[in-house]
Design a protein around this ligand. Structure first.
Ligand SMILES: NC(=O)c1ccc[n+]([C@@H]2O[C@H](COP(=O)([O-])OP(=O)(O)OC[C@H]3O[C@@H](n4cnc5c(N)ncnc54)[C@H](OP(=O)(O)O)[C@@H]3O)[C@@H](O)[C@H]2O)c1
Length: 277
């Protein structure tokens, strides 16, 4: 989809972090927006600020783990704007911790929020996109979905699922004008969920993990739609060579990635450890 001006995007998780930054970035491109999240107040603040740019915006309070909320989100969006051309599955939660200490509810919520909700939203949106003959889906994955680090199995599994979701949808729907991309950011050091990890550990990520910015992630989303790219990894230093190495030489890649990342994620997990009773 080369031109975004005049089109409408639906972004989940737009009340803070990357989703909020992306809503403003897409408004700059001349797009109208449907923005969704649970917190009504923060969502309305984002909507009010975007309206000042001259773009139309519909805020919809939705818990993406509830199928009824997702159905209502899609039907409200189509009712208001008639055509939704872009869906960004961005809502997400992280659950880095010692795996055997993660509460079952948190495990299930991680998969439901990050993965199940995205699959369901694609299923709800694609028939509309096929009818319109146009659509692009962006799934906000993570570098953790390219190779799972220690202490984040549910998060990594959900993000790996998003990457294959995009691949599978591209393969099935591109000849009908619908495509999909995965964005795989590293930690954003200027807002978003990494702030919680920084507060927990009192540390920035080490060099070998690196980081990025919400601006770079937003630019990658726009580029992925305009150039119809399957996947963009957004991180500094670049991670694709490491992941490619791990693809070619799994044992060596596993050794390098787990050894260079484990210490940091152990620190995150230990900061969350419950005090002994
Ligand atoms: N920032 C990073 O370092 C980083 C790196 C890699 C990937 N990512 C991915 O980028 C995406 C955005 O993360 P972020 O860093 O911007 O985090 P964030 O600031 O915590 O934002 C998460 C967004 O998801 C929404 N959300 C969470 N649970 C929801 C639910 N059940 N229903 C509806 N909305 C829900 C939140 O809104 P409410 O709480 O108002 O519902 C919020 O708007 C996530 O998918 C994350 O995994 C982030």
């Amino acid at each position: 989809m080369k031109v975004l001006a005049g089109k409408t995007a639906l972004i989940t998780g737009a009340s803070s972090g990357i989703g909020k930054a992306l809503a403003f970035r897409m408004a700059e491109e001349g797009m109208d927006l449907v923005i969704a999240a649970r917190s009504e107040e923060r969502l309305n603040q984002v909507a009010d600020s975007i309206r000042e740019t001259g773009q139309k915006v519909l805020p919809v309070v939705a818990d993406v783990t509830k199928i009824k909320d997702l159905e209502n989100l899609v039907s409200s969006a189509i009712k208001e704007f008639k055509q939704i051309s872009v869906l960004v599955n961005n809502a997400g939660v992280e659950s880095y911790a010692h795996f055997t200490e993660v509460e079952m509810d948190d495990l299930v919520n991680t998969i439901q929020t990050n993965l199940t909700a995205s699959v369901v939203l694609c299923r709800l949106m694609i028939p509309h996109m096929v009818t319109c003959g146009e659509g692009h889906i962006v799934n906000m994955a993570s570098t953790a979905g390219k190779y799972g680090p220690a202490y984040g199995p549910a998060y990594s599994a959900s993000k790996a699922g998003l990457i294959t979701l995009s691949q599978s949808l591209r393969a099935e729907f591109r000849d009908q004008g619908i495509s999909a991309s995965s964005i795989c950011p590293g930690f954003t050091h200027d807002g978003g969920m990494y702030e919680n990890l920084k507060n927990l550990t009192g540390r920035e990520t080490p060099f070998q993990i690196g980081s990025t910015t919400t601006k770079a992630v937003c630019n990658a989303v726009i580029k992925s739609i305009k150039k119809d790219l399957p996947e963009i990894i957004v991180n500094n230093p670049p991670m694709r060579p490491v992941f490619a190495l791990a693809g070619l030489f799994p044992t060596l890649g596993d050794w390098i990635i787990s050894n260079s990342t484990k210490r940091y994620f152990k620190k995150v997990a230990s900061s969350r450890k419950k005090p002994e009773a």
